[in-house]
Write a protein that binds this ligand. Structure first.
Ligand SMILES: Cc1cc2nc3c(=O)[nH]c(=O)nc-3n(C[C@H](O)[C@H](O)[C@H](O)COP(=O)(O)O)c2cc1C
Length: 319
């Protein structure tokens, strides 16, 4: 059956923290689908093993979309064909929102918002190559909310995109300031394909707010899940019955250890622990005296280091 994001809550793509272990734990806590970090279509075309390995995933992370970025229609067609055949994801998502200078200055990511014809051609090329549906993730403008993006979205739709995810910020905002839900609503009204709203969802009330204000068909969240994969469960509870219950600190740290275990299974203990240090800082948020544990969190080199630190923290919280 073809994947549809309608009525779903997805884990947004995150280059860096959004690795396999994190996607797996988020699915376990209620994310309805996940997205890989962005992968260069050009590097896939050149056969870069390192790049192609970013598309690997386990069944527990599915349904999953594999995200591609690039501005060359031929590379996009090749990469969409190669990746969809090789990995059989639920869909291929095209990145038209990344604000990072090295991406933007290359004409990739959010820079494509200035080039609607090329953006549409990229969608057509990906659709031509891919054996699974193609979607687009975009922002609401470059330096200010841009009304002409309603036309952009229609062009993306006419080129064959199956849905659009909109992060309600401009490129210049990066991740700061408030997301503009009204602009998401206007784009949603301009197209007939599903629109997924993204930006600043961190709990049940903020999830309800973005749905109410945008009229979107589903939501996607990124930073709100860092250190809190249970946010998906809380959101669903709140949307169902208007209430949400938080998990205890003990449970949160159990989730943390499970995520580390998944990451170790994927990357091996040494690499996993180094990369997990930043996740540990997110899990420390809200812990009394969190700053005094940061140095130890930054030195985690094994599963046992992490477990010992957690035991120490839990003991101190009881006093
Ligand atoms: C560390 C980090 C990496 C990100 N990497 C990607 C990416 O690879 N592709 C993409 O489309 N968006 C990426 N994003 C943007 C998020 O998917 C999302 O659109 C943005 O964070 C807003 O959602 P939020 O308010 O729920 O965090 C990234 C965000 C963060 C914080």
């Amino acid at each position: 059956m073809l994947f549809s994001p309608c009525g779903l809550i997805g884990l947004a793509p995150m280059a860096g923290p959004g690795d396999s272990g994190f996607r797996k734990i988020c699915r376990e806590w209620g994310a309805d689908y996940t997205v890989t970090e962005m992968i260069s279509a050009k590097a896939v075309r050149f056969g870069s093993e390192k790049t192609i390995s970013l598309a690997r995933y386990s069944m527990e992370e599915t349904p999953i979309l594999i995200q591609l970025f690039g501005r060359e229609p031929e590379s996009m067609e090749y990469a969409a064909e190669f990746i969809s055949n090789q990995f059989d994801p639920a869909g291929i998502d095209l990145n038209m929102g990344c604000p990072a200078p090295k991406i933007f200055n290359n004409g990739d990511g959010s820079a494509l918002l200035k080039e609607p014809k090329l953006a549409a051609e990229l969608v057509r090329s990906a659709v031509k190559g891919s054996c699974v549906p193609v979607s687009v993730k975009m922002r609401i403008g470059i330096d200010k909310p841009d009304d002409s993006l309603t036309d952009f979205a229609r062009m993306i739709q006419d080129a064959g995109a199956s849905f659009i995810t909109i992060h309600g910020r401009t490129r210049e905002q990066f991740y700061a300031g408030q997301a503009d839900y009204d602009m998401i609503r206007r784009i949603k009204q301009a197209v007939s394909i599903p629109v997924i709203a993204n930006g600043d969802v961190v709990d049940g009330p903020s999830a309800k707010r973005i749905l109410d204000l945008t009229g979107a068909d589903g939501i996607m969240l990124a930073r709100g899940a860092l250190g809190s994969p249970d946010v998906f469960k809380r959101i669903k509870q709140y949307l169902d019955c208007g209430e949400q219950t938080s998990i205890s600190l003990e449970e949160r740290f159990e989730v943390c250890l499970k995520q580390l275990q998944y990451t170790i299974e994927d990357k091996g203990e040494e690499k996993a622990c180094i990369e997990f240090r930043k996740h540990m800082l997110w899990y420390l948020k809200g812990v009394i005296g969190a700053s005094s544990y940061k140095v130890a969190a930054g030195r985690i080199a094994s599963y046992n280091d992490c477990k010992n630190l957690i035991d120490q923290i839990l003991l101190s919280q009881k006093h």
